[in-house]
Design a protein around this ligand. Structure first.
Ligand SMILES: Cc1cc2nc3c(=O)[nH]c(=O)nc-3n(C[C@H](O)[C@H](O)[C@H](O)COP(=O)(O)OP(=O)(O)OC[C@H]3O[C@@H](n4cnc5c(N)ncnc54)[C@H](O)[C@@H]3O)c2cc1C
Ligand code: HEM
Length: 396
């Protein structure tokens, strides 16, 4: 909890810091990457940096945490902290690095706000930073311990046992530990980070959801190649598509992620769009394997059946469940039994009471589905989602 003195100072300066936080984080990253170029090359996603997305995510999370401390001091924004900690753990972030971030963040605050940063103001925001950092470090320590790895030591070599072309732009890479040791446990819905060496010497990292169930003999990721157009082509997805074949090795992290199926017998909705189907496939396979008996509704939206990666598995696994229906929505080329247009829950039979919803896809898709779920009386706490990028939704 924030001390009484700092609470008053943070409350008084929150509007000024909030208004300048975009500028502060921009300067922070510039300072951080000047002092430590290796962090931009080998740890941070330089596409997100160029597009300004990570800046927004960091700024939003700090502003939200500070607001929480002064407005609701008896509670903690655990959902947000968990989401960040899982991402950090999948990247191997360590306690020592928080001091490095602190140094450059506070230098940026002083540079942007100037004389307004009195010793009292600096002390109060220092307290905010370390409350947040220590909360994250504690969760990350637990996550490393759960995977039985030393802090930050999450990387292992995996061999690509098979590669399957799913659609024109999506390929599945089947993975087995290169050293023959058992694969680490994970929960359906979780992801791994993959680090690849690029032509310019950078070792960039991206996350990919595991698309098979924890009990499956095959561990797999399904990667959609990102075409740029006005912006550059996606670096890692195109690298994987162009260069990685059966027999190659990949550097893959231990599995993390907080979008996981609860151990419950409740009815389930799995709603995805585009490549957002990957965590849903893992969950679906897990539900089928564990003999889930409550109703399961599968909703998927895509441009066309030909663009729908893992379409046959999506149907096959739904068919294995005791009480499940799949509804596929396509903007074009819908076949018999499919629907034409964008995903629309209002076109489906009512959901069973007590349904837990899991969403993954582009933000406009998830926003629309969430609105429909709330309108149908599904409590916000029962709606879970994954964003395939920095989670700007959470902090907003
Ligand atoms: C938890 C999680 C799970 C995920 N699961 C999956 C999955 O199962 N399957 C999957 O395919 N993906 C998944 N993703 C997405 C994946 O991690 C990558 O983001 C995706 O593959 C794109 O990475 P990339 O390196 O190819 O593109 P990047 O190089 O990161 O580029 C991303 C975007 O930024 C744009 N960009 C780059 N440079 C600039 C610039 N200078 N100015 C403006 N824009 C720029 C690019 O044009 C592109 O549109 C997941 C992401 C997360 C966070
Ligand atoms: C209190 C301190 C910190 C805060 C508030 C913070 C906040 C965040 C947030 C909000 C995200 C986006 C999470 C998401 O995907 O939704 C993130 C991602 C990330 N963080 Fe942190 N972080 C902190 C410390 C650190 C440290 C010490 C490091 C290591 C140097 C670090 C490295 C990263 C990286 C590499 C990503 C992923 C970036 C990307 O892929 O674009 N963070 N962090």
């Amino acid at each position: 909890m924030l001390s009484e003195k700092s609470t008053a100072t943070v409350r008084a300066t929150l509007p000024a810091v909030g208004a300048a936080i975009g500028e502060i984080t921009e300067l922070f990253y510039a300072r951080l990457f000047t002092a430590h170029p290796e962090l931009l090359r080998d740890l941070f996603n330089r596409g997100n940096q160029a597009a300004g997305l990570q800046k927004q995510a960091l700024a939003g999370s700090i502003a939200m945490f500070a607001t929480h401390l002064v407005e609701r001091p008896d509670t903690r924004p655990d959902v947000m902290l968990n989401r960040i900690a899982h991402k950090h753990a999948s990247l191997g972030v360590t306690r020592e690095q928080y001091a490095v971030v602190h140094e450059h963040l506070f230098a940026a605050i002083v540079e942007v706000l100037g004389e307004a940063v009195t010793p009292e103001v600096a002390e109060a925001w220092d307290e905010v930073y370390w409350l947040m950092a220590n909360a994250l470090v504690a969760i990350e320590a637990r996550l490393y311990a759960e995977q039985q790895v030393a802090a930050g030591d999450v990387w292992r070599e995996w061999r690509v046992a098979g590669r399957i072309e799913e659609t024109a732009d999506c390929a599945t890479f089947q993975l087995v530990p290169a050293d023959g040791a058992p694969a680490p446990d994970f929960r359906a819905g979780q992801y791994v980070s993959v680090q690849v060496a690029l032509a310019d010497g950078a070792r960039q990292i991206r996350q990919y959801s595991l698309s098979t169930a924890p009990g499956s003999p095959v561990r797999a990721i399904t990667v959609k190649r990102v075409h740029g157009g006005a912006t550059p082509d996606g670096e890692v997805s195109n690298h994987l598509h162009a260069h990685v074949r059966a027999g190659d090795t990949l550097r893959v992290s231990a599995p993390y992620g907080d979008l996981v199926l609860g151990d419950s017998t409740a009815p389930v909705l799995l709603a995805s769009a585009g490549i957002g189907c990957t965590p849903m496939l893992s969950m679906l396979e897990h539900l089928a394997e564990t003999g889930h008996r409550a109703p399961v509704v599968v909703v998927h939206a895509d441009r066309s059946p030909a663009d729908h990666a893992l379409r046959a598995d999506h149907r096959r696994l739904t068919g294995k469940l005791a009480d499940a229906a799949a509804h596929f929505f396509y903007e074009q080329g819908a076949e018999e039994g499919d629907r034409t247009g964008l995903a629309d829950l209002d076109a489906l039979p009512p959901l069973a009471p007590g349904t837990r919803a899991y969403l993954c896809g582009p933000l406009p898709f998830m926003r629309a589905v969430r609105e429909q779920l709330l309108a149908r009386g599904v409590p916000a706490a029962d709606i879970h989602y994954e964003v395939f990028g920095p989670d700007l939704w959470l902090a907003s």
